[in-house]
Design a protein around this ligand. Structure first.
Ligand SMILES: Nc1ncnc2c1ncn2[C@@H]1O[C@H](COP(=O)(O)OP(=O)(O)OP(=O)(O)O)[C@@H](O)[C@H]1O
Ligand SMILES: [Mg+2]
Length: 258
């Protein structure tokens, strides 16, 4: 859960960190994002739930401009997401993204994986980037692995490095797309714990996950998607105990019986 004062103050103080305004996207005939309106306040943790194919990953990828949208607007911290170019690279640096697969650079050390972005994109000096990276590796609990290659780490450790790498860009919002679903069960908790730590520090987060425990514990709000639409959204306790739509009831019913 994010710390109350930060959420409250920021929400009262100003604009959302992420705002989607009537966003639409098609893949051929498939209307994969349908008039999506979403605002995420500073320090807010939004968990996105929904059946497979409902558009959750597409939503994340659109926010980071890894996917184009057909119409509507996306704003990061009040700035419209540009189409391309250096402006896009700069704005994209404000959005940290952690995927299901770790996407670490296989031939670079753990430390280099984290320093690369700050050095290349932000022009940070190596010494400064090393210091920043070590602090972040410390924070996610893998500082002692800094000289290894990604393949020499466990999946859970690699995913924590991926989180550190995203944080090294000092993002304004972190997007997580099923960050634990490729992990062995015994490694899921360490990654979830790292994410809970971030929420407690007041990080603004959008998290797609099947980990309902995380959603209950860490989310300020659950956004439920089905068929490219946001069908309902509510505080986690309200969503899990009293879903309004048939789609959400059906989704939750399946979770419980499996
Ligand atoms: N590059 C693509 N080209 C065509 N169709 C796509 C593409 N990417 C996704 N889709 C389709 O768009 C729909 C939404 O996909 P998306 O990956 O956003 O769903 P999701 O909610 O993340 O599902 P899951 O829970 O399985 O990850 C699906 O029907 C999918 O097949
Ligand atoms: Mg997905």
């Amino acid at each position: 859960m994010s710390t109350e004062p930060q959420t409250g103050n920021a929400a009262a103080a100003g604009q959302p960190v992420v705002r989607l305004d009537k966003v639409n996207k098609h893949y051929g005939p498939l209307h994969v994002l349908q008039d999506i309106n979403l605002e995420v306040a500073k320090g807010e943790v939004v968990v996105v739930l929904g059946p497979s194919g409902s558009g959750k990953s597409t939503l994340c990828r659109a926010i980071n401009r890894l996917e184009t949208i057909d119409d509507g607007e996306i704003y990061i911290d009040g700035k419209k997401l540009p189409e391309e170019g250096k402006q896009l690279a700069n704005l994209r640096a404000d959005v940290g993204m952690v995927f299901q697969s770790f996407n670490l650079f296989a031939h670079k050390s753990i430390l280099e994986n984290v320093t690369l972005g700050p050095i290349k994109v932000k022009g940070m000096k190596k010494a400064e980037a090393d210091k920043l990276a070590m602090g972040l590796l410390e924070r996610v609990g893998v500082a002692n692995q800094k000289d290894k290659l990604p393949a020499q780490l466990s999946g859970g450790q690699q995913q924590r490095v991926a989180i550190a790498r995203a944080l090294a860009m000092r993002p304004k919002v972190m997007l997580f797309d099923e960050p634990t679903s490729a992990l062995d069960p015994e490694m899921i908790q360490e990654v979830l714990d790292t994410m809970v730590g971030l929420t407690q520090e007041g990080m603004t987060m959008i998290v797609v996950t099947h980990e309902m425990g995380f959603a209950r514990k860490a989310a300020d709000r659950v956004v439920f998607m089905a068929d490219g639409q946001i069908v309902e959204q509510a505080a986690p306790n309200e969503f899990f105990t009293n879903p309004q739509s048939e789609r959400a009831k059906d989704f939750l019913g399946k979770l419980i019986t499996h």
